[in-house]
Ligand binder design. Structure first.
Ligand code: MG
Length: 165
C-alpha cells in the first residue's frame, strides 16, 4: 500500500469511517441485483476503488476542508457555508464526481440513490451526532461506495460474458 493510500485509511478512521461501513453501502446497493453478493466481495471492491489516485486526492481534500471548517479557521464566506453544510454550496457533490467518473454511469445512479436514502454510515455522518463536520465526507463516502458497486457490477457482467463465450 502506498503512503498516500495509508493516509486515506488513517484519515477515514480518524473521521469515524471504517472500510466495512463503506462496504455495507455497496452491499446495500447490489444485494437486490446479485443475491449471492458477499460483504467480502464488497470490501474488496471498496479497497480497489481506494487504490485510485484521483479517489485518494478527493478524499484527502474533502476531509481537510471538513477539518478546517470544524476548527473554524476557513476564511469567510466559505467557513459558514461548509460549517453549516449549506444546501446551495454544492461543491461537496461536485468533488464526488471525481470519484464517480472513474467507474462510469452505473456509479452515478447508485450515488443518487444512496444520497437520497442515506442508509447506514451516511445517516450517521449526516446527523452530526459525533459533533464533527462532515460536509464533504458524506458525499465522498457515498461516491466511493457507489463506485465500488459499479465496479462489482462490471466485474460480474464481464465474468458472465466469459462463461457464455
Ligand atoms: Mg455534503
Amino acid at each position: 500500500m502506498s503512503p498516500l493510500e495509508q493516509t486515506v485509511y488513517l484519515w477515514l478512521e480518524e473521521r469515524g469511517v471504517q472500510i466495512e461501513d463503506i462496504a455495507e453501502l455497496t452491499f446495500f446497493l447490489q444485494a437486490d441485483f446479485f443475491s449471492d453478493v458477499t460483504m467480502e466481495e464488497c470490501i474488496e471492491n471498496v479497497q480497489t476503488v481506494l487504490t485510485k489516485r484521483e479517489v485518494q486526492n478527493a478524499l484527502l481534500t474533502g476531509i481537510q476542508l471538513d477539518l478546517l471548517a470544524e476548527k473554524e479557521i476557513l476564511r469567510e464566506p466559505l467557513q459558514q457555508m461548509i460549517y453549516s453544510d449549506e444546501s446551495l454550496y454544492g461543491i461537496d457533490e461536485v468533488m464526488s464526481l471525481a470519484i464517480l467518473n472513474v467507474y462510469g454511469s452505473i456509479g452515478f445512479t447508485n450515488y443518487g440513490y444512496i444520497d437520497r436514502l442515506k442508509p447506514g454510515i451516511l445517516c450517521r455522518l449526516n446527523s452530526k451526532s459525533d459533533g464533527k463536520i462532515h460536509t464533504y465526507l458524506d458525499d465522498l463516502v457515498a461516491a466511493v461506495a457507489a463506485a465500488a458497486a459499479a465496479r462489482l457490477a462490471h466485474t460480474r457482467a464481464h465474468s458472465s460474458t466469459i462463461i457464455i463465450e
